[in-house]
Design a protein around this ligand. Structure first.
Ligand code: KG4
Ligand code: ZN
Length: 346
């Protein structure tokens, strides 16, 4: 007996739905991105994101079912991203999923968005199974995780301030790259000199696996202001390459320190920033030279999508996780927590 899950994702600026079989086989995946619309504001505008989700969700879910050649009756459960993310955006997906699940008499499975990012790797790598060490780097989070089992996570390191993706986006804005800044800086980084500008490598006292990216960002912003005041030119392509190189180095230094200390054999990377070409190249080089098995999602599964939510929903389903009509969306939620921990909250 296979388990087919219809999954819905609306935590930020992508309205997405997918049907995934047994956590590994994607029968359909539809992503409607709002990037073009948020671009003019230089970042995601939460109110606009919520409205667009509300407009798009019916069509996106209908297309996911149609592409899979299934009706709602033929799926076994409905999975939905319920945390963390923009609260108004999450609520659109959660309420829609509730309606579908209870209307059709299907179990409703809440999914933590970050767990979903990790699960993107189960789709891409059929042989991958926990335990492994995982770096999750997105617009809102930078975590080093021990993934002990499909639904058992322990945070080993985290950012104390900006997330890696957020630092890319803020730096991009200060040196004149359009939103989404991380992607646009990455596109030119291959043409620049990654050693042209040197940035500090901030350490968090007493927490060797934790990250701090805000100092790095301030460094670039000061550089830009000083250059403007003195009238000296800055090479924004070299700056993009140097900044990308610094972020990749910091992420890798902490990750490989944790891997060595914890005796990890397998390293998995996930989240929007895992699409970064400098990070991918550095991970590949270091894993090859240090003998770790490395798993990265294909570029199509790095950013937000519902296939990854359907993959994780399957393992949450197997673990017995279910939600009822009281399910609420949460803007923040630790990746270690289960939704049952919050079930009685008002
Ligand atoms: O995981 P994601 O799609 O959404 C969140 O859950 O936040 O991550 C989005 C973040 C943005 O900050 C974006 O700039 C960054 O990932 N990102 C990149 C690249 N692609 C996406 N950062 C650097 N290089 C990239 N190629
Ligand atoms: Zn994400």
């Amino acid at each position: 007996m296979t388990v087919k899950i219809l999954a819905i994702e609306s935590s930020c600026d992508e309205t997405a739905a997918a049907v995934v079989e047994d956590g590994r086989r994607v029968l359909s995946s539809v992503v409607h991105t709002q990037i073009a619309e948020h671009k003019q504001y230089g970042g995601v505008v939460p109110e606009i994101a919520s409205r667009r989700h509300a407009e798009q969700i019916v069509g996106v879910v209908e297309k996911a079912l149609a592409d899979a050649g299934l009706t709602l009756k033929e799926v076994d459960a409905v999975g939905v991203t319920a945390a963390p993310g923009l609260i108004g955006a999450l609520l659109v997906g959660v309420n829609f999923a509730k309606g579908l699940a209870f209307g059709a008499g299907k179990p409703l499975i809440p999914v933590n968005h970050l767990r979903g990012h990790v699960a993107a790797n189960y789709i891409a790598h059929p042989q991958l199974e926990p335990p492994f060490l995982c770096l999750v780097v997105s617009g809102g989070h930078s975590h080093i995780l021990q993934v002990k089992d499909y639904t058992d996570f322990q945070v080993i390191g985290r950012t104390r301030d900006d997330a890696a993706g957020e630092s890319f986006d803020k730096v991009a804005r200060s040196i004149g790259f359009d939103y989404p800044g991380g992607v646009n800086m990455d596109k030119v980084s291959g043409q620049g000199n990654p050693q042209a500008y040197q940035f500090p490598h901030p350490k968090v006292e007493g927490s060797p696996y934790d990250f701090s990216f805000s100092g790095l960002k301030t460094n670039v912003i000061n550089l830009v202001h000083n250059a403007a005041q003195k009238g000296t030119p800055l090479d924004r392509v070299d700056l993009a390459a140097s900044f990308g190189h610094s972020v990749a180095t910091i992420l890798c230094d902490h990750l490989f320190l944790a891997a060595s200390d914890l005796g990890a054999k397998t390293i998995v990377v996930a989240g929007g920033v895992s699409a970064n070409s400098q990070l991918r190249a550095m991970l590949e080089e270091r894993c090859r030279s240090q003998g770790y098995a490395l798993y990265l999602p294909p570029l199509s599964l790095c950013g937000d999508n519902a296939a990854m939510i359907g993959a994780q929903a399957y393992y949450e389903y197997l673990s017995g996780s279910r939600a009822d009509l009281s399910l609420n969306a949460m803007a923040t939620m630790p990746i270690e927590s289960s939704f049952a921990d919050f079930a009685d909250m008002p």
